[in-house]
Structures are given as structure tokens and as C-alpha cells.
Write a protein that binds this ligand. Structure first.
Ligand SMILES: NC(=O)c1ccc[n+]([C@@H]2O[C@H](COP(=O)([O-])OP(=O)(O)OC[C@H]3O[C@@H](n4cnc5c(N)ncnc54)[C@H](O)[C@@H]3O)[C@@H](O)[C@H]2O)c1
Ligand SMILES: [Zn+2]
Length: 369
């Protein structure tokens, strides 16, 4: 018997459960049936995920008398566009999906964000279920109800808040994930420890090498605790004002690096990994935390296989890229600063302080170290 973890996401009438279970994908048909699905279900996925899992999933679903309609997308951030969502909507319309039909997002954050967005606008909203298959999606993007697409003028510029009916996580799906994508997911996991949970951070310190080898119980525990933390923060503040801001730790610098690298030099988590360390450095520079906090964060980021090194862009360019972030309001950059492991504070940073800090910094040629 494999352990089943259930994490409630408490959002009044839109509450739902995250279920984490190794081998869950094999029982997809029964789970859909128990969810009350009887007719059609649209399976939105991408080519990479389809190659590994689609055939088995379709069979598992058909066995329970449900009619799956696969919608296979081109993998990658570049296909996270309105055009792709239009394609999903076309298929739904052609197959005469109704208000009561269900969509299932089988894939990483790109698939999940687009399937959720399509579900939120088709006939003004049909139910959907997230079945995340990357670590980033399992611990982050599938939880919280943010859906959307990129616009040529900005990442995630168009979208909606739309909660799924359920999130079903199979940690075994991570076995086929490219190592670079797995490691990128560790940045978000480490972030959760730093922002709210010292003992989770200590757990990660103890088990990082097992986590990297995907020892089953360890992965499920880490996914569960990460989902709990994200769910708690989101439940406290569904529409992203103050509390939800803490999830942005590592992302002020992280997003800037991603943008400066043209979204090619780094995958998201790699940029966030650098952000976790460098924002701790900035907190230290401002007298918010001790040297020890910075070094603990640096050590675990490196042990996870992530880089801690600031690439060599000028402070002006980094500042400008940080100002472009859509979380900035009124031209002020509000950062998230660790006071100690497990506790952060939110506060503005002045350009002058950032420049002073940056001029004392050792920087490295960009690309990952
Ligand atoms: N909605 C949110 O709150 C939220 C939060 C964080 C990130 N995001 C979004 O998520 C996206 C990033 O998600 P991601 O990191 O999952 O990227 P992704 O969806 O692009 O997946 C990464 C790669 O892994 C492949 N893949 C997925 N699962 C696999 C598996 N099990 N085996 C083999 N290959 C597999 C994909 O085809 C893709 O090539 C971004 O668009 C980001 O904006 C959204
Ligand atoms: Zn992130």
C-alpha cells in the first residue's frame, strides 16, 4: 500500500483537495468516476508528457466508460499563447463540450495554466482537474488557481483566477522528467522552507541527496508539505495582496534574470535559485538577517544542484528589469526579506541601496554555472 496524502485547499465554496499518491495515474478512470464524471473529458497535455503517459491514461479512463478527448499541445513556454488556447477551445466546441463536461490538465505548468484558462472561459466556465507532472507544477503552479497565457509584451499578462475541482499528484510521474526541470523545482521547495517553515527547511537539509535521487517517501513528503504551505498562504489571501506576496521571495531578482536572459538562459527555477541566495545577501546588506542565514540558504541551493551566482549584468539593467515586473506598483520595488529561516518580512528597497550592494558584489558571466 502506498501512502495517500490529502491536502485541503480551503476557499469557501470553491474548496477542493490535493491528493498525492504514488501510482495515482493508473487509477485515473476510477477517480474521475468518483468525481461524478460520466460523459466526456478533455485531456489537455503536451507531446512530451503524451509520449510517456497518454496511452495508459486513456485506457484507464475508457475502462470506466468515460470518453476521453485528447488535446495534445506543443511543449514549452513559447506555446503558452492565446492561439494555443484558441485551439483548445476549438476542440471543445467541435466535440460539443457542455457546461458539465470536464477538462483535465495532464502536464507541467504550461499545460496547467492554459487548460485552466480555457476551462475558465469556455461557456463562461467548465470544471477542470489538475494532474501536474513536473515538480514545479506539483508544488506550485497547480495550487492557487492562477491560470493564463503569455503576451508578447509580458509573461502571464493575460489570465484569470479559476480554481480546479481537484489536484491529483502522482510523484512517480517525475521519474521521466529531465533532471534540469527537476532541479528547477527544488528552488520553489526551498523557498517554502525559508518563508514559513524552519523544520521543513531542516528536513530538506537532511534529505536533499535522497530527494535528488527521488527516493519515493521523501518526494511525496516534500510535495505534500510544499502544497500545504502554498495552500495555506493562498487560502489566507486568494487574490494576492499582502500575505501572498511572501511567495515572491527569490522572484524579484529571479524574474529580472529570467527576462534579461531572454527566457532562454535560465529556466524559471534556476533564476529563482539565484534569487533566493542574492535576495538573502541583500537582506544581510540591509541588516535584516545574519550572515549565517545567507550561508545556510546558499548551501542548500547549491546542494540542490542550482547556481547561487549573480550573472554579470549591470545594476542599472537589473534594476530596470525588476521595475518591469508586474508585481511592482507605483514604481516601488517591494521585496521579501528573510529575517531568519522560516520568517520573512516584506518591505521596499531603494535604488541607491540596491546599487551600493551590487557594486560590492562579485558577478559571473551569465548562463548557468
Ligand atoms: N499558475 C501559477 O501559479 C504558476 C506558478 C508557477 C509557474 N507557473 C507557470 O508554469 C510554467 C512552468 O511550468 P513547468 O516548469 O512545469 O514547465 P513546463 O510545463 O514547460 O514543463 C517543462 C518540460 O517538462 C516536460 N514534462 C512535463 N512533465 C513531464 C514528465 N513527467 N516527464 C517528462 N517530461 C515532462 C514538458 O513537456 C516541458 O518540456 C510557466 O509558464 C509559469 O509561468 C504558473
Ligand atoms: Zn516561481
Amino acid at each position: 500500500m502506498t501512502a495517500i496524502f490529502t491536502v485541503p485547499v480551503v476557499l469557501a465554496e470553491r474548496s477542493y483537495e490535493i491528493i498525492i499518491q504514488a501510482g495515482l495515474l493508473e487509477g485515473l478512470g476510477r477517480k474521475l468516476k468518483n468525481q461524478g464524471v460520466s460523459g466526456k473529458v478533455g485531456i489537455v497535455t503536451d507531446r512530451h508528457v503524451a509520449r510517456h503517459y497518454l496511452k495508459d491514461c486513456l485506457e484507464a479512463i475508457k475502462r470506466h466508460g468515460i470518453n476521453p478527448v485528447p488535446i495534445i499541445l506543443t511543449p514549452g513556454e513559447r506555446s503558452k499563447t492565446l492561439k494555443t488556447v484558441e485551439h483548445i477551445l476549438d476542440v471543445l466546441a467541435r466535440h460539443r463540450f457542455e457546461r458539465s463536461s470536464m477538462l483535465l490538465a495532464l502536464g507541467g505548468g504550461v499545460v496547467g495554466d492554459m487548460a485552466g484558462f480555457a476551462a475558465s472561459i469556455y461557456q463562461r466556465g467548465i470544471p477542470y482537474i489538475q494532474v501536474p507532472t513536473t515538480l514545479v507544477a506539483q508544488v506550485d503552479s497547480s495550487v492557487g488557481g492562477k491560470t493564463g497565457i503569455d503576451h508578447r509584451l509580458g509573461k502571464n499578462l493575460i489570465g484569470s483566477f479559476y480554481q480546479p475541482r481537484a489536484v491529483w499528484v502522482d510523484p512517480l510521474a517525475l521519474h521521466t522528467l529531465p533532471n534540469r526541470e527537476l532541479v528547477a523545482g527544488f528552488a520553489e521547495v526551498i523557498k517554502y522552507g525559508i518563508i514559513v517553515d524552519k523544520s521543513f527547511f531542516a528536513y530538506l537539509q537532511r534529505h536533499m541527496s535522497e530527494l535528488r535521487k527521488q527516493v519515493p517517501g521523501i518526494v511525496a513528503t516534500v510535495v505534500k508539505r510544499s502544497c500545504e504551505i502554498k495552500a495555506e498562504v493562498v487560502a489566507a489571501d486568494e487574490r494576492e495582496s499582502d500575505r501572498r506576496r511572501i511567495l515572491n521571495y527569490g522572484h524579484t531578482i529571479g524574474h529580472a534574470l529570467e527576462a534579461l536572459g531572454g527566457y532562454k538562459s535560465f529556466v524559471h527555477g534556476e533564476a529563482v535559485g539565484i534569487g533566493l541566495v542574492q535576495e538573502a545577501e541583500l537582506a544581510y546588506f540591509q541588516g535584516i538577517c545574519s550572515r549565517r542565514v545567507v550561508e545556510e540558504i546558499r548551501r542548500i541551493v547549491k546542494e540542490a544542484g542550482l547556481s547561487d551566482r549573480m550573472p554579470q549584468w549591470t545594476s542599472q539593467r537589473i534594476w530596470k528589469a525588476m521595475l518591469h515586473d508586474k508585481k511592482v506598483s507605483g514604481g516601488r520595488i517591494i521585496g521579501v526579506w528573510p529575517e531568519r529561516i522560516g520568517q520573512v518580512r516584506i518591505g521596499p528597497i531603494e535604488k541607491r541601496v540596491f546599487e551600493q550592494w551590487h557594486s560590492a558584489l562579485r558577478v559571473f558571466p551569465h548562463g548557468h554555472a
